[in-house]
Ligand binder design. Structure first.
Ligand SMILES: Nc1ncnc2c1ncn2[C@@H]1O[C@H](COP(=O)(O)OP(=O)(O)O)[C@@H](O)[C@H]1O
Ligand SMILES: N[C@@H](CCOP(=O)(O)O)C(=O)O
Length: 306
């Protein structure tokens, strides 16, 4: 067994409008995890972003290591896990997906790689319940995936180097569980066809680099209309961001973050985002984000200070 490893995992935006539970895109915004065999179980958290998370075996990353070792039929030794993250927690930028992917990738390395990357993807998708954000975190770029019983087939698309994003992160948390809880069980044929056709156009637009289509392509009727009530000002942001230079705008993952894609300067859009949320009584911060093209990466360097 290997004695230690460090893994860096990107955060993501999932759905991009109509690609609900299917499409995700990774960003240069990272969770860093160092996992080492130790004398006793311990999780050490650095920085403000991870404040409040468990520092014992109940930490999600620790649980992922237990899960992977059990699946491999191995006994997990006590682990010391150190972690820091730039991904805001519970805001729709894939913090839980990054933790799941990071925990599985690190543990797989310690266990001498009993599982392939595709098998890790399958595990992560079933644990998270959907493949969109874990796919982006694991593979980088834009990942389009379908969750089947046994497999999770996917295709990775590389965005053009001109594509970037602006995220506005409201000053409140919204758990994915709560934001999934407001979705209906059934949809009309009209809303299904609307969303299917827009999802098709979204993938064609991303794959061909026809980003001028994004504003139309990112419309959906499967999740955003039901989640609007959870994010004051969201409707205005989705409707009007195009007028401030956005190519296309969506709720990021399960929210509350809203994300726009753009190719030019984002100053006007930033102001519009912050002002609109403020008019709705919500403070916020913005992040200019570049796509991450590589996904989770392993480093054997566990000697430099964390
Ligand atoms: N680095 C981490 N270590 C342990 N748990 C984490 C980590 N990052 C996220 N989580 C868990 O995931 C939860 C957030 O998941 P979720 O509601 O899906 O929001 P997000 O959109 O940020 O993924 C946190 O409350 C925490 O329980
Ligand atoms: N497809 C999921 C994506 C959740 O992403 P997260 O980053 O908010 O965890 C959903 O929309 O529920």
């Amino acid at each position: 067994m290997k004695q230690g490893v460090q893994v860096i995992v990107p955060g993501s935006t999932a759905n991009l409008g109509p690609g609900f539970d299917t499409v995700g895109m990774a960003f240069e915004l990272y969770t860093k995890i160092r996992m080492e065999v130790s004398d006793e179980p311990k999780v050490v958290l650095y920085g403000d972003d991870l404040k409040g998370l468990p520092t014992d075996r109940s930490n999600l990353v620790y649980k992922m290591a237990e899960y992977l070792f059990e699946k491999a039929g191995l006994t997990l030794p006590p682990l010391r896990i150190q972690m820091r993250s730039d991904i805001p927690l519970t805001r729709g930028l894939g913090s839980s997906a990054a933790a799941i992917v990071g925990g599985l990738v690190a543990a797989n390395y310690l266990a001498e790689e009993p599982f392939s990357k595709d098998e890790i993807f399958q595990m992560a998708s079933h644990i998270e319940g959907h493949p969109d954000n874990v796919g982006a975190s694991l593979f980088g770029g834009i990942v389009v995936a379908v969750m089947e019983e046994e497999k999770v087939p996917y295709i990775k698309i590389e965005p053009k180097s001109s594509l970037k994003a602006l995220a506005v992160i409201p000053d409140f948390m919204l758990s994915t569980e709560k934001a999934r809880g407001v979705l209906p069980e059934k949809y009309s044929r009209k809303d299904t066809v609307f969303t299917l056709s827009h999802a098709g156009l979204l993938i064609a637009s991303l794959a061909s680099g026809r980003y001028d289509m994004l504003n139309t392509a990112m419309q959906d009727r499967v999740h955003q209309p039901y989640r609007t009530a959870l994010v004051p000002g969201m409707g205005t942001l989705l409707d009007k961001a195009h007028e401030y230079g956005a190519l296309g705008t969506a709720l990021s993952g399960a929210g509350p973050t809203i994300i726009s894609f753009l190719e030019g300067n984002d100053e006007r859009l930033k102001q519009f985002f912050v002002d609109t949320l403020l008019q709705n009584g919500i403070g916020s911060t913005t992040m200019s984000l570049m796509p991450d093209l590589h996904g989770a990466r392993i480093s054997e360097d566990i000697d430099t200070p964390f």
